[in-house]
Design a protein around this ligand. Structure first.
Ligand code: ARG
Ligand code: ZN
Length: 853
C-alpha cells in the first residue's frame, strides 16, 4: 500500500490523556492502556487504533467490558456509537525477548527498552499512533527488583514502591503532551553518571547518563557534550530545557543512532561511550554531535512536532542543521563544513541521482522507515542552511523565534516553517519552496564572458529528472562567490552573495586585466554540482590563495579529481600540479593540521566514480592508488617528518591535537602507498606504541590494506585485546571490510562466519557489510560475488530485522551507473531478493524501486 501526502486528514479522535500500566518481563510483558478519547470529528466515527502483531485480551469502555470492536487487519476498530468522549482500555500481552526488529518494546543485553519512532508504539499497545495525536502520559512500571532495579520513563518520577514477590514499581508522569513516537521506557540493571545544569531562567535540571556496570568511565564526554548543548541552545536559539530531569540511556542493540524521546533519550552505545583507549577522535565527534542532535530535538521535534511523517524533514533537517552549527562552534567551522559536505556528497548526491531519489518532503511512501534518509536529514539541513544564509543571522533568528512561539505544542508542517521564515525574516520564499517539492541535485553550468574590460559569470541552472519527476523548474538559492586577479594586481571581487532564481543568469564580476580566478559556491552555500572548467594553474592558485578555507579545500579537491578522472580514461592528467599544490598546503600544517589533513586527502573512489558516465571500479582504484603512491614518493620526506614528531597524548582532545593525529594518519596512508619496505614495520610500531584508539586504528587500517606479517599479527593482537568490547570489535570487522586487498570479498564472506559475527546486532552488521558495500572495487568485483554476498545478507536479515535489512539495499540500486555485465549481475540479486516469500514491506519497497531504476 502506498501512502500519499495529499491524502492527509485530521484525526477523528484526540487522546488528551493516556495511562499505561506495564507488568514487565523479558519474555512476556502485560500492557494495560487507558486512552481518554475525545471526538474531534463532527459526526460519529469509530475509533481506529493501530496495532502491529497485537491481539486485544480485553477491551473496556468507561470501565465496563465492551464487545463492540473488530479487527481490521492488525488494527483495532472500536465502535463508540455517538459518544463524544470515552475512556477506552485495552489489555495486551507482548514478547520483548523475541522482538528482533528492535521496534516497540525489546530486550537488549538483559534490559528492556523501547524504540517507537516512527510506528513502533503500535507494537506495544493499540493506539492511533500518528504524530498529530498528542497526549499527556502517566506510566506505571512494575517488575522484578533484582532484574530491573532501574525503571525509567518520560518526564518525572512521582511515586515508587515495593510490590509482592520481589517486585517494585515506579510511576512516571510527563506534563508535556507528546505524540506516541516520543514515548519511552527503560528497565534494567543500570548505573548512572549524574550531573546537573541550571538553565537561563534558573531551573536546576538533574542530568543522568545510564549505562551498564563497567561503562561509567566512558560517559564523561557525552555528559560534557550535553551540558554544552543545553547552553548553546539557550544562547543561539533562546531555547531552554523544560523538565526537572533529563535522562539518557545507552543500549547495544539499536537500529539507528539515537532517539529523542521526551526527557529520556535512548542511544546506541556507539554515540555515548568514549574514552581515549577505545574511541577515535571521530568517535568522540560522533558522540558530541548526536548528543547535541537529540537534545536539540526537545524543541525542534518535541515541543514543535510533525503533523505527519511526510513532514519528517521539518524536525530532522532543522535539527541536523542545528547540530552541525553546534559542532562547528565547538571545533573548527571550516573543517566541520568540509566533513558535512563530504557526507552529503558521499551519501545524499548518489541517492538524489538514483532510483530512490525523493524530495526532502516526500510525496508518497510504502514504509516510512525507508525515508530516514540522507536526503531528508542532510539535504534537509542544507535547505535550512540556505534559508539561514539568505536571511542572515538576525533575521533567521526572528524566523525561528516566530516558528517556535507560534507552533509550540503543535504538530506542524514544513509549510509552517517556511511561513515563519517569510514573516519573521521578511523574505518571499515562493520559489524557494521548490526545494521541498523537487528531487535531484541541481547543476550549475558556469562560463566566463568578457565585454570590454568587464567580466561576467554566466550561470545556467538545470535540475535533472528523477523518478516520477521528468521536468523541473529552476530553484532559488544563495550562491557565494568571489573573483581574484591571479597576478596579484588589479581588482578583486570580494565575497558576494548572489541569489539565483533563473534558469540562466548573468553576474557582473567587475574589471580585470586578465581572466580572473573564480571562487564559487564558497562555504558550499548551495547543495549543487558546479560544472566549471578551470585550468590546473587556476585551481592551484585558488588552493593556495583563496581567503575562504572551504574554497581552498574545494580547489585542491577539484585539481585532484580532474587528474584522477583523466587517469581513469588513460590520459596523463596533471600530477605535477597536484603534487605541487599538496606540498604547498602541507607547508601550513603547523598552523592548522586538521584543515590540512582534510585538504590533502584524495577524493574517494566513489566520488571519482560519480564524475564518470560509466563507473569503472578497477580503473578508479588503480588510478587513485597510483596518484597516492606518486604523492607519497614525491613528498616522502614531509610524510616521514610528520610521523617523526611525537604524537600528542591520546587524552589531549583539543582541536589542535585531533588535527595532528588526523594528519599523522594521512601521512601514514601516503607513505604506505609508496610500497617502501619499512612502512609495515613503521605502522606496526605506531600500532603497538599508540596510547589511544585514533592512532591505533589508523595504523591497523593501513596494515589491513597490505599483506605483511605485521598485518596478521596486529589484527590478532587487536582481536585478543578487545574481543569482549563490542564497539571496538566492530572496528576489527570494519578495517578488514574496508581493505584495498584483492581478496576482500572472500575475507568478508569468511568474517560473516566468524563466531563474533551476529545478525542480531545492527552495529555489527553495519561494521562488516556496511563497510564492505562502501568499498567500491571490492563490492563491485567483476564476477558479482560482492553483490551476491550483500543479497545473501539482506535475505537472511529481513525476517529478523527488516528495517536494517532494507538499509543495505541502496548500493545494489546503483546498477545504472555501471557496465552492462555488472548491471545484469546487480539486477539478478535484486530480483532474487524480491522473490523471497514473506519479504517485509521495508525491503520490498527498496528492492522493487531499485530494480525499476
Ligand atoms: N529521530 C531519530 C533521530 O533523528 C531517528 C529515529 C529513527 N528510528 C527509526 N527506527 N526509524 O535521531
Ligand atoms: Zn533526528
Amino acid at each position: 500500500v502506498t501512502i500519499h501526502r495529499g491524502d492527509y486528514r485530521p484525526p477523528e479522535w484526540q487522546i488528551p490523556d493516556i495511562a499505561l500500566d506495564f507488568a514487565l518481563g523479558i519474555k512476556e510483558t502485560r500492557v494495560t492502556a487507558a486512552l481518554s478519547a475525545v471526538r474531534a470529528a463532527d459526526a460519529p466515527a469509530p475509533l481506529l487504533l493501530r496495532g502491529d502483531g497485537l491481539t486485544p485480551a480485553e477491551v473496556r469502555v468507561d470501565g465496563a467490558v465492551w464487545n463492540d470492536w473488530r479487527m481490521d487487519g492488525s488494527d483495532l476498530v472500536v465502535d463508540l456509537g455517538d459518544r463524544t468522549a470515552a475512556t477506552v482500555e485495552v489489555d495486551t500481552l507482548i514478547h520483548p525477548a523475541t522482538n528482533t526488529q528492535l521496534m516497540g518494546l525489546y530486550a537488549s543485553n538483559g534490559m528492556l527498552c523501547t524504540q517507537c519512532e516512527a510506528e513502533g508504539f503500535r507494537r506495544i499497545t493499540f493506539h492511533p499512533d500518528r504524530p498529530d495525536v498528542l497526549s499527556r502520559y502517566r506510566v506505571r512500571l512494575a517488575g522484578d527488583r533484582a532484574r530491573f532495579p532501574i525503571l525509567l520513563s518520560n518526564g518525572n518520577c512521582i511515586a515508587s514502591g515495593e510490590g509482592e514477590d520481589g517486585t517494585h514499581w515506579a510511576l512516571w508522569e510527563d506534563p508535556w503532551p507528546k505524540p506516541s513516537y516520543l514515548f519511552a521506557l527503560v528497565a534494567g540493571d543500570l548505573v548512572v553518571n549524574r550531573d546537573s545544569f541550571t538553565t537561563m531562567s534558573g531551573r536546576k535540571v538533574d542530568l543522568g547518563i545510564w549505562v551498564r556496570d563497567g561503562d561509567l568511565d566512558r560517559t564523561h564526554h557525552a555528559m560534557a557534550a550535553l551540558k554544552h548543548s543545553m547552553k548553546w541552545d539557550e544562547e543561539v536559539y533562546g531555547r531552554e530545557y523544560d523538565l526537572d530531569r533529563f535522562n539518557i540511556v545507552a543500549v547495544s542493540d539499536f537500529n539507528m543512532g539515537a532517539m529523542e524521546n521526551k526527557g529520556l533519550n535512548i542511544f546506541n552505545t556507539r554515540y555515548i561511550l568514549a574514552d581515549p583507549d577505545t574511541a577515535t577522535d571521530m568517535d568522540y565527534d560522533g558522540v558530541e554531535g548526536v548528543v547535541a542532535h537529540e537534545y536539540f530535538h526537545n524543541w525542534s521535534g518535541n515541543r514543535v512536532t510533525c503533523r505527519d511523517w511526510f513532514q519528517l524533514s521539518l524536525k530532522e533537517g532543522f535539527t541536523v542543521y542545528r547540530d552541525q552549527s553546534f559542532s562547528a562552534a565547538m571545533g573548527s567551522p571550516a573543517v566541520k563544513r568540509i566533513e558535512d559536505v563530504r557526507v552529503l556528497r558521499a551519501a545524499q548526491f548518489p541517492e538524489d541521482a538514483g532510483p530512490l531519489a525523493h524530495p526532502i518532503r516526500p510525496d508518497s511512501y510504502q514504509e516510512i522507515s525507508n525515508f530516514y534518509t540522507a536526503t531528508v536529514y542532510n539535504k534537509g539541513a542544507e535547505v535550512i542552511r540556505m534559508m539561514a544564509t539568505l536571511l542572515g543571522p538576525e533575521r533567521f533568528r526572528r524566523g525561528t523565534d516566530l516558528y517556535f512561539d507560534r507552533h509550540d505544542g503543535e504538530a506542524a508542517t514544513c509549510e509552517d516553517f517556511i511561513r515563519a521564515m517569510e514573516e519573521g525574516g521578511g523574505i518571499d520564499l515562493t520559489q524557494f519552496r521548490r526545494w521541498y517539492e523537487q528531487a535531484g541535485t541541481p547543476k550549475l553550468h558556469l562560463t566566463l564572458a568578457q565585454e570590454g574590460g568587464e567580466w561576467f559569470l554566466d550561470i545556467v541552472q538545470t535540475v535533472p529528472p528523477t523518478p516520477g519527476q521528468p521536468a523541473k523548474a529552476p530553484m532559488m538559492m544563495p550562491l557565494r562567490l568571489a573573483a581574484f586577479a591571479m597576478d596579484g594586481g588589479g581588482a578583486a571581487l570580494p565575497d558576494t552573495l548572489v541569489t539565483l532564481t533563473g534558469a540562466a543568469q548573468r553576474v557582473p564580476l567587475g574589471a580585470f586585466a586578465a581572466r580572473p580566478a573564480l571562487s564559487v559556491n564558497r562555504g558550499f552555500s548551495a547543495p549543487v554540482i558546479v560544472d566549471y572548467e578551470r585550468a590546473p594553474g587556476e585551481l592551484a592558485w585558488l588552493a593556495a590563495h583563496d581567503d575562504d578555507p572551504f574554497a581552498r579545500y574545494e580547489a585542491l579537491q577539484q585539481l585532484m579529481l580532474d587528474t584522477l578522472v583523466a587517469a581513469v580514461s588513460g590520459e596523463a592528467g596533471n600530477r605535477d600540479a597536484v603534487i605541487g599544490a599538496v606540498a604547498r598546503t602541507l607547508a601550513g600544517a603547523a598552523d592548522d593540521p586538521a584543515f590540512v589533513a582534510e585538504a590533502v586527502l584524495l577524493p574517494s573512489e566513489a566520488f571519482i566514480g560519480d564524475q564518470m558516465v560509466t563507473v569503472d571500479p578497477d580503473a578508479i582504484r588503480s588510478a587513485r592508488m597510483a596518484l597516492q603512491g606518486a604523492i607519497g614518493d614525491a613528498l616522502e620526506g614531509q610524510w616521514r617528518a610528520i610521523l617523526g614528531n611525537p604524537a600528542p597524548a591520546a587524552t589531549d582532545l583539543s582541536p589542535a591535537a585531533k588535527g595532528r593525529r588526523r594528519l599523522r594518519g594521512v601521512a601514514l596512508a601516503y607513505l604506505a602507498a609508496t610500497g617502501k619496505e619499512d612502512v609495515a614495520a613503521l605502522a606496526f610500531g605506531i600500532f603497538s606504541s599508540a596510547d589511544g584508539m585514533t592512532e591505533r586504528q589508523a595504523a591497523l587500517a593501513t596494515l589491513a590494506h597490505g599483506d605483511s606479517d605485521e598485518r596478521a599479527h596486529a589484527l590478532d593482537i587487536f582481536y585478543q585485546r578487545y574481543r569482549d568490547d563490542p564497539l571496538v570489535l566492530d572496528k576489527w570487522f570494519q578495517v578488514q571490510a574496508w581493505s584495498l586487498r584483492s581478496d576482500t570479498v572472500a575475507a568478508v564472506a569468511a568474517l560473516a562466519q566468524h563466531p563474533d559475527f551476529t545478525l542480531a546486532n545492527p552495529n555489527r552488521v553495519r561494521s562488516l557489510y556496511g563497510a564492505f558495500a562502501a568499498n567500491q572495487a571490492a563490492f563491485h568485483q567483476a564476477d558479482g560475488a560482492g553483490y551476491r554476498l550483500l543479497a545473501d545478507l539482506v535475505i537472511a536479515l529481513d525476517p529478523k530485522n527488516p528495517q536494517t535489512a532494507a538499509r543495505m539495499i541502496p548500493p545494489l540500486g546503483r546498477w545504472k551507473r555501471f557496465d552492462v555485465a555488472r548491471q545484469a549481475l546487480m539486477k539478478t540479486e535484486l530480483e532474487r531478493i524480491l522473490a523471497q516469500p514473506g519479504l517485509s514491506r521495508d525491503t520490498t519497497e527498496q528492492a522493487s524501486k531499485s530494480l525499476m531504476g
